[in-house]
Design a protein around this ligand. Structure first.
Ligand code: DP6
Length: 315
C-alpha cells in the first residue's frame, strides 16, 4: 500500500565538517560532525504513487531525464524502500536554497525524501532509523532530520546502525547564520568525489580526524556555555582545515573563487575592528557567516543581500 505524501526537511550547516568516508557504500564517516539546521530553508518533497516502470523526478518544477545524475540517485534511494518493481513514484522536489552551491541541498533533499517515503509507505519508523536511511542517500542528510544543533555520531559498527544524527538538547536565541552567495552554479566536483580524492591523495588528511575530534569537544563546550567566540573560532578553523586538506589533494581541489577570498578578508577586517563575525564554508565557493542578533545590522551593512536565518528565534 502506498499513498501520496509531502514533507519538509531543513538544510544544515556543519560547524565541524564531515569530510572522508570509511565506507563509501553506506556513507559512514571517518569523523563525527556537528551542524545547525536552517529552520525554514530547505526542501519540500511530494511523493505521488504512479503506474509505470520508472520514477518521475521533478526538481524545482522541471522534469528531469530518467538518466540524469540526480534522478538516478533518487531512484536508487527509493530502491532501498521499494518492495516490488511496480511501485514507482512521481517525486516533486522543491528547494528554497540554491541547488548544489554548497548549501547542502542534497542533505535537506534526502532527509525530506526519507520522511515522505516513511509516510507514503506507512513505515512509522523512529527518528534514528530515518536518520540512518537518509544518511545512505547523502551523509550530511542524517543531520537534516532534526532541528537546531545536531551531532552526527560516527559510530563503530560496520553496518552503520550506530551512525546517525542526534539532536543536542540546546537552544541559542539570537544565533544568526548569513548566506553569502558568491556563485550559485552547480559545483564541478561534488562532495562524494572530492572527499574520496582527498582521502586517497592528501597526506595532510592524516591530521584531519584529530582536528575534527578536538573541534567536536570545543563546539559542545561552546554551545553549552553559549560562548560565541569559541564557537565561531572553532567553526572557522575547522572549515579552513578541511579546505587545506582539499588543496593538498592531487589533482588539487580548490572550491574558492576570488570573491570567496574577498569575503573572507572582509570578515577578518571586521573582526579586527572588534565585530564578533566568523564564517564557515562547504565544498563550494559560498560563505556562511556566523554572528549574533545584536550585530545583525552592522553585518548587513557590510554584506547587503545577505539571506539570514535565526535557527532558534531572536532573544
Ligand atoms: C563539505 O553529505 O554531500 O558539506 O555523503 O557523499 O553525499 P555524500 O556527501 P555530502 O558531504 C557534505 C560535505 C560538507 C561538510 C558537511 O556538511 O559536513
Amino acid at each position: 500500500a502506498s499513498a501520496s505524501a509531502e514533507q519538509f526537511a531543513p538544510s544544515n550547516i556543519a560547524l565541524c565538517k564531515y569530510w572522508g568516508k570509511r565506507d563509501a557504500e553506506l556513507n559512514l564517516p571517518i569523523n563525527a560532525s556537528l551542524s545547525v539546521s536552517l529552520d525554514y530553508l530547505g526542501t519540500h518533497t511530494r511523493l505521488i504513487p504512479i503506474e509505470g516502470q520508472v520514477d518521475e523526478v521533478w526538481l524545482n518544477g522541471q522534469q528531469l531525464q530518467p538518466g540524469a545524475r540526480f534522478s538516478r540517485k533518487v531512484s536508487a534511494f527509493i530502491d532501498l524502500f521499494r518492495r516490488d518493481q511496480t511501485l514507482c513514484f512521481k517525486v516533486e522536489t522543491r528547494n528554497n536554497i540554491p541547488t548544489a552551491a554548497g548549501l547542502a541541498s542534497s542533505a535537506s533533499g534526502f532527509a525530506a525524501l526519507t520522511l515522505a517515503l516513511n509516510d507514503a509507505l506507512a513505515l512509522d519508523l523512529p527518528p534514528e532509523a530515518l536518520s540512518i536511511l537518509a544518511r545512505m542517500g547523502s551523509g550530511s542528510a542524517c543531520r537534516s532530520l532534526f532541528e537546531g544543533f545536531v551531532e552526527w555520531r560516527m559510530g563503530q559498527r560496520e553496518d552503520g546502525l550506530d551512525s546517525h544524527g542526534i539532536p543536542l538538547d540546546a537552544s541559542w536565541p539570537g544565533f544568526c547564520i548569513g548566506l553569502v552567495e558568491v556563485d550559485a552554479a552547480e559545483k564541478a566536483v561534488d562532495s562524494r568525489s572530492g572527499m574520496q580524492r582527498t582521502v586517497e591523495t592528501a597526506h595532510l588528511y592524516q591530521s584531519w580526524p584529530l582536528q575534527a575530534a578536538a573541534d567536536m569537544s570545543k563546539l559542545q563546550q561552546a554551545i553549552q556555555e553559549r560562548d560565541f567566540s569559541l564557537l565561531g573560532q572553532t567553526a572557522e578553523q575547522n572549515a579552513l582545515s578541511m579546505h587545506a586538506t582539499m588543496i593538498a589533494s592531487w589533482p588539487p581541489l580548490l572550491y574558492w573563487q576570488p570573491d570567496s577570498v574577498a569575503a573572507m578578508q572582509k570578515v577578518w577586517q571586521l573582526r579586527a575592528q572588534g565585530l564578533e563575525l566568523y564564517f564557515t564554508m562547504d565544498a563550494g565557493p559560498n560563505l556562511k557567516l556566523l554572528f549574533q542578533r545584536q550585530d545583525r545590522d552592522v553585518v548587513l551593512q557590510h554584506f547587503p543581500n545577505l539571506e539570514t536565518v535565526e535557527p532558534f528565534g531572536s532573544e
